[in-house]
Write a protein that binds this ligand. Structure first.
Ligand SMILES: Cc1ncc(COP(=O)(O)O)c(C=O)c1O
Length: 397
């Protein structure tokens, strides 16, 4: 197993989470499961800052995206899909597969979705049923300005349903579902929440439930009505056998997260991101994408001349026990990505930057100066904070 995980997800899993999911699962028709689901649902509402229903699904983030498409819209519905990377493309592909009429707002990968472009597109298109975008486009590290975009959508004629893919954002940056009046938000267990893969979730606002009633898309496993039928005041359950063990882990992870105020969780993401970016820049590498300082979840970096990102990632994993990710799609030959979401500690960041410099020296013949490590340490020291493992408790004196 690798020593250091700096990936866009799955992220490092704290021992408390592994222990919890190593226990024998509770029966999914009974009080034990009802309590588990209630705890997870409430924790996810806390993360998303919402009082909306949160449906817990067995699946990955892509499953949640498909669930949202088939429950919110009908074949032939016109929706605006903002595409500024790999996951925007995925939403467009899913919506196309289910017969929606897709209007795309396309950007070069690495650019952010702009609220004024969304406003202009909605005005030009007239009535559309919905708008879908990524809060954090994990393929490029770009974080879109959700507050501004939500305001643009709410100001548009017809008040389209606003669907937000927060798969890599939830638990790393504020999503503020209720304050921003988001209709649907989806996420997954293996990203900033620090659990293992296998659970996805969809927060469904009131307007989204109404849209669901009107939607005629074919669906069975993901049908929100099935989930609704199992939501009961005396204890909710899942319509189908859920991934109980992953839920146990997610509950443990949310318990750890909730030891600190949510603001502190966001603050640690900002700090680790600043340290990574300072370290990478000090190694003379070029960061990729727009709004780099807002990109507190994943940092995309141009690979040096002659170094294929996949070869770098492979060498880092094999020789230095450090997991990073290559770029995706058209960026796969140019960009590699360091993830700093979830239970990432300062120790992970410092070790990862050291390993990165060593790997680059191996592959290019460059000298090792320690500049990356020094720059990251300087960031932590300047802020008098050294995120610990699991990183979200208060620093100990
Ligand atoms: C923003 C975003 N959306 C969707 C997905 C798809 O999630 P999964 O790989 O869990 O299916 C990911 C995964 O990285 C993601 O980052």
């Amino acid at each position: 197993m690798a020593d250091v995980w700096l990936t866009p997800g799955p992220t490092p899993v704290p021992p408390e989470v592994l222990e919890a999911q190593g226990r024998h699962p509770v029966f999914h028709r009974g009080g034990g499961f009802q309590r588990l689901l209630a705890e997870v649902t409430e924790g996810l509402q806390w993360v998303l800052e919402t009082s909306s229903d949160v449906l817990v699904l067995t699946g990955s983030g892509t499953g949640a995206l498909e669930a949202v498409v088939v429950n919110s819209f009908s074949p032939g519905d016109r929706i605006l899909v903002c595409v500024n990377g790999f996951f925007g493309e995925r939403v467009a592909a899913i919506a196309g597969r289910f017969g929606l009429a897709i209007e795309r707002l396309d950007y070069e990968w690495g650019r952010a979705v702009r609220a004024d472009d969304v406003a202009a597109a909605l005005e030009r298109l007239g009535d559309v049923t919905g708008v879908v975008l990524q809060h954090s486009e994990t393929s490029t590290g770009v974080v879109n300005d959700l507050a501004a975009i939500a305001a643009a959508v709410h100001a548009a004629a017809g008040d389209p349903l606003l669907v937000v893919d927060a798969v890599s954002a939830a638990g790393a940056i504020p999503v503020r579902m209720d304050e921003l009046e988001l209709d649907v938000v989806c996420g997954a267990s293996q990203k900033a929440l620090g659990a293992t893969p296998g659970i996805a979730f969809v927060a469904v606002g009131e307007r989204a439930w109404q849209a669901h009633q009107a939607s005629t898309s074919p669906r069975y496993y993901w049908d929100f009505s099935e989930y609704g039928a199992w939501m009961k005041p005396e204890g909710s359950e899942s319509p189908w056998t859920p991934a109980v063990s992953v839920l146990e882990g997610l509950a443990a992870s949310l318990r750890l997260l909730r030891q600190a105020p949510l603001e502190r969780v966001f603050e640690l993401h900002r700090l680790n991101a600043a340290a990574v970016k300072a370290g990478v820049r000090a190694l003379g590498l070029e960061l990729f994408g727009e709004n780099i300082d807002a990109g507190v979840i994943v940092t995309a970096i141009r690979s040096p001349e002659g170094v294929h990102p996949a070869a770098l990632a492979d060498h880092l994993a094999r020789r230095y026990g450090t997991v990073i990710a290559a770029g995706q799609g058209p960026l796969s030959k140019d960009v590699f990505r360091i993830g700093h979401l979830g239970y990432v500690s300062a120790a992970d960041v410092v070790a990862g930057l050291g390993a990165l410099e060593a790997a680059l020296a191996d592959l290019t013949g460059s000298a090792v100066s320690g500049a990356g490590v020094a720059a990251a340490v300087a960031v932590y020291r300047a802020e008098a904070s050294w995120p610990r493992r699991p990183s979200l408790g208060p620093d100990e004196e």
